[in-house]
Design a protein around this ligand. Structure first.
Ligand SMILES: [Fe+2]
Ligand SMILES: [Fe+2]
Length: 181
């Protein structure tokens, strides 16, 4: 497997998780209430799986190594966009956490903010992921030698060995079960 294969597999779990978030947005609209358990789990998934585990490998390994390469103008611009989008996603999750705290504290108006942030996340990630899968990842492979790609794959494995990725696969299965029971 190539290192971008690992990132693409992670994209698939993020997409599946977002489909659960979309269903939860519909439920919030029906019940005019947010499920604190679901919100906590969503924040954990995005902060730990999407940000720490996934963006962590992109930023600390892939992007970091590409910074030492001479990329063309397009790839340079896209990497800056992707980096900036990771920052945006962190900000939105922080706003979601704030709205959740307000809602749990009795401020029912925060339900609209929660919906808005969840909708933003559901719209934002697929576009970000498509930019990586269809444009940035395939185009930037040419900057690395086969040996460099092998080393990157080993470093991805090493990075992941300190993370409980399986927990998030199981978490998705459990949440899918809860939403469909
Ligand atoms: Fe990314
Ligand atoms: Fe990604």
């Amino acid at each position: 497997m190539k290192p971008i294969g690992i990132l693409m597999i992670e994209h698939r779990l993020i997409e599946k998780f977002l489909s659960l978030v979309r269903q939860e947005i519909d439920r919030i609209e029906e019940r005019l209430a947010a499920d604190p358990h679901f919100l906590k789990t969503t924040v954990d998934f995005i902060r730990t799986y999407a940000d720490k585990i996934h963006h962590g490998k992109e930023e600390d390994i892939l992007f970091e190594r590409l910074k030492h390469k001479t990329m063309d103008a397009h790839d340079t611009a896209v990497m800056a966009e992707l980096d900036a989008e990771h920052v945006v996603s962190r900000g939105v999750v922080a706003e979601l956490v704030q709205a959740e705290a307000g809602f749990l504290g009795g401020d029912r108006a925060q339900i609209e903010v929660i919906k808005e942030k969840l909708n933003f996340i559901c719209d934002f990630y697929p576009v970000h992921i498509a930019k990586e899968d269809k444009d940035f990842f395939p185009k930037t492979q040419r900057y690395f030698t086969a040996e460099e790609l092998d080393r990157m794959l080993a470093d991805f494995d090493q990075f992941d060995s300190g993370m409980d990725k399986e927990h998030y696969n199981k978490l998705y299965d459990r949440m899918w079960g809860e939403l469909h029971s």
